[in-house]
Write a protein that binds this ligand. Sequence first.
Ligand SMILES: [Zn+2]
Length: 238
Amino acid sequence: MNNIKYVCSNCNHTTKLSESYPRCPICNEPLNVEYIKEGSINKEHKFAEPFWIRYKDFYPYINKNFNTSLGEGFTPLVKLNQVENVMNLKNVLVKNETQNPTWSFKDRGSVIGVMHALSQGFSRIGTVSTGNMAASVAAYGAKAGLDTTILVKEDMAQEKLNPIAIYGPKVFQVKGDYAKLYDKSLDIGQKKNIAFINSDVPMRVEGSKSIAYEICEQLQFNVPDFVIVPTSAGGNFR
Ligand SMILES: [Zn+2]
């Protein structure tokens, strides 16, 4: 399973997981980790183990020596009786991702992103974010003892900065076009040897996929008819 590769989401060009730049070298579109179709779990294990151990067949590239878990994942699947009554629906459930360590699903991607950065020898990580991804990367950077750089918008409110700053990263408020900053951060990362764990980098998406495995397992492997996912930048869909 060590021959897993990155596959370009646009042109299907493949690159090695050891490549540090998270975009396709041919067309500069985002990469995905190669799709792993089959795997098994040890059902006798309890949910107390990290998701990347429980679903290890789907995370064959993870090096356990770089365990930086803060206890993310295995969030409750809560039945919404009131919504079921009002909408006249059966079995409406919500995956309560606010119970992750920094209160959002971003922690799933941050733990995988940080572990991969460590396995590649990075001592510096970063992200570009207007909100909960910044706090998440800062928390996991602190846990791993990494030099962490967070780029935020110039006009970000102090109330949003405080939950990031509490973890002690270098926070830069940046003037100008936020979308350009996102792309520019990848170039900065190449030049300054910083692993930017942004919303669409493949290892962050790899962490997010654990939500699907958990939902299946929590439903005794009865796959739900529909899953509604908040969109935002779309990284959680991939
Ligand atoms: Zn490509």
